[in-house]
Design a protein. Structure first.
Length: 197
């Protein structure tokens, strides 16, 4: 049997919506339990005194990457069926910069703002209102922005494909980056630790 299950009719749209809802609740719960529903915890990233977000996200990326890679190698996951978002390099870089600026200024990313709102944090609610306002403004302005939004090749780009490297080499390199990143994060946290008064 090959995954993904929805693609092969193992369950229908209704079940997928229920599963998405339950996974979303679980994701929000663990975000809050890790302290990521707090803008102070998240902004500590940029002061380099608490790099928990970096460590958790890099761990999640490496875990998912290894899981997908090994499941593909043993034949349980058909990698050709995994959807890759088309690459529009310049617009996606611009979007990443806007998202990053919003993260630094507001102290949240979209997911953590929902978790913060669910636990009653007013700043999270204000941030979430800003997200919806931005989405509405973008939708209204889309006819003007469409040319830029769709500029570029529009084909799915991967690191192995772009550089002609085997997937295994890239996976190994990312794992090494994670190990080095975790070590470096520990050094930065010690160097920039907030003194206890």
């Amino acid at each position: 049997m090959m995954a993904p299950f929805l693609k092969y009719g193992m369950f229908g749209d209704e079940t997928s919506l229920v599963l998405a809802f339950l996974i979303g609740i679980g994701f929000g719960f663990f975000l809050e339990r890790a302290g990521f529903g707090s803008a102070r915890k998240l902004v500590s990233q940029f002061y380099l005194n608490d790099l928990a977000v970096f460590k958790v996200m890099f761990t999640a990326i490496v875990t998912a990457m290894l899981g997908v890679t090994y499941l593909g190698w043993i034949g349980w996951l058909d990698l050709s069926l995994v959807y890759l978002v088309p690459t529009y390099l310049v617009p996606q870089i611009a979007g990443g910069l806007i998202l990053g600026a919003g993260f630094v200024i507001g102290g949240y990313c979209p997911g953590t703002s929902v978790a913060a709102t669910a636990t009653g944090r007013v700043d999270g609610l204000i941030y979430l209102v800003g997200i919806f306002a931005g989405m509405f403004a973008f939708a209204e302005m889309f006819p003007l922005l469409k040319g830029f939004y769709l500029s570029g090749a529009g084909e799915a780009m991967t690191i192995p494909g772009a550089f002609g490297l085997p997937y295994g080499v890239v996976v190994f390199a990312v794992v090494l980056m994670a190990v080095g990143g975790f070590y470096g994060a520990g050094l930065l946290e010690k160097k920039f630790a907030t003194p206890v008064e």
